[in-house]
Design a protein around this ligand. Structure first.
Ligand code: AMP
Ligand code: MG
Length: 350
């Protein structure tokens, strides 16, 4: 890494210019967006994009999202936008929504892993927008993490992992949202959610469009099964230690079941990833380490914390990790999607 740049307080113009010039010259940078940190490079430069895949150890069949800062750039990247897709752009851009669209030839095949579509997003984070706008090129950027690990939402979580793999790391503070963008693909006025995020099913329904959830959001992909989004096939977010997700809308039932698991494993070291409100219930148990994932009354706080907490699990010498689930509503759908994958689909729903 050439430099760790601090833009938390303000964007330094000279530094911004230096970074943007180096992007045009083929550099790879870690930069903040409102969802999670991204590892970005010029989307039109094949060899720069290749460096992203290498930096992340990303499977070469998992396509990248292209980030744009204005609608002229969109025209350079995609060949067609329907009136329904335009409704979503008008309502949710700039913001955490990625739309899968037919790609133009200018986008190299390495970005889309040979698909004829490309995922496009216009972020709202000020630093991200400034970088794209000043560079003058669309920026391909997957989440900033080694593939399989939780996405980076805080520079201190990812600096060691990525510092020898990129040219610059830009610190913009903690990510506002903390979960990756909602990914959708349209079939006329039917919006299929391929990955849930902060733009919720309910938000999209409010535009008058129809919404369906992809069948793989909570189900592991079988070998040779066809998927709408290659990212669904790959292991993600999972701590090394065995992890179980437990959820019931009946709090007592959920707590009793977690206690049963703790008792069955009384000779083991267990972490509970739970809500602040439930801390007291667990902290006196001798074999339990409680790790707070936020408040059950504020799921946005859970979204913001969850990757940082998942990253900490393996720092302790544990035998088992149990996570308290949330209702699959609003942003809860996205949280449960990530937690389900973090547990390797090891889920108890009561
Ligand atoms: P990440 O960049 O790590 O946040 O992951 C991007 C997600 O978008 C992955 O799940 C990809 O599979 C998905 N994605 C990107 N481009 C496409 C595309 N053209 N079609 C379907 N899914 C895509
Ligand atoms: Mg990712």
């Amino acid at each position: 890494m050439k430099e760790l740049i601090d833009f938390k307080e303000k964007i330094d113009k000279d530094k911004l210019e230096e970074v943007c010039k180096s992007i045009k010259d083929g550099s790879v940078i870690v930069f903040p967006t409102e969802t999670v940190y991204g590892i970005g490079a010029n989307a039109l430069d094949k060899s720069a994009v290749k460096k992203i895949f290498m930096a992340k150890n990303r499977p070469t069949d998992n396509p990248l999202i292209v980030h744009i800062s204005n609608y002229d750039m969109l025209d350079k990247v995609v060949s067609n936008v329907t009136k329904y897709e335009k409704i979503l752009m008008d309502k949710f851009w700039p913001g955490p929504l990625t739309i899968i669209l037919p790609k133009k030839e200018e986008i190299p095949n390495i970005v889309t892993c040979n698909l004829d579509t490309v995922g496009v997003r216009m972020p709202s984070n000020k630093i991200a927008i400034n970088i794209i706008e000043k560079s003058g090129v669309p920026i391909a950027a997957p989440s900033a993490n080694i593939s399989g690990k939780p996405s980076g939402t805080l520079v201190t979580d990812i600096v060691d992992e990525l510092k020898d793999r990129v040219d610059y790391i830009i610190d913009g503070g903690i990510s506002d949202i903390g979960l990756e963008s909602t990914v959708v693909k349209l079939d006329n006025d039917v919006v299929k959610i391929l990955r849930p995020g902060a733009i919720t099913k309910e938000d999209i329904l409010s535009t008058g469009l129809n919404v369906v959830l992809d069948k793989h959001l909570f189900k592991d992909v079988q070998e040779n099964e066809k998927v709408a989004s290659p990212g669904m096939k790959h292991r993600h977010y999972a701590p090394k230690v065995k992890t179980i997700l437990v959820y019931s809308n009946d709090e007592k039932k959920e707590y009793d079941r977690i206690c049963d698991i703790i008792n069955e494993n009384n000779n083991k070291k267990i972490s509970i990833l739970g809500f602040n409100e439930n801390k007291e219930k667990y902290i006196n148990k001798p074999n339990v380490k409680f790790m707070c994932i936020g408040s059950k009354h504020d799921l946005n706080s859970v979204a913001k914390n969850v990757f940082t907490v998942l990253r900490k699990v393996d720092k302790y010498d544990l035998d088992l990790s149990i996570i308290e689930g949330v209702e699959k509503q609003g942003i809860g759908l996205a949280i449960m999607n990530r937690l389900t994958r973090a547990c390797g689909y090891n889920v108890i729903e009561l």
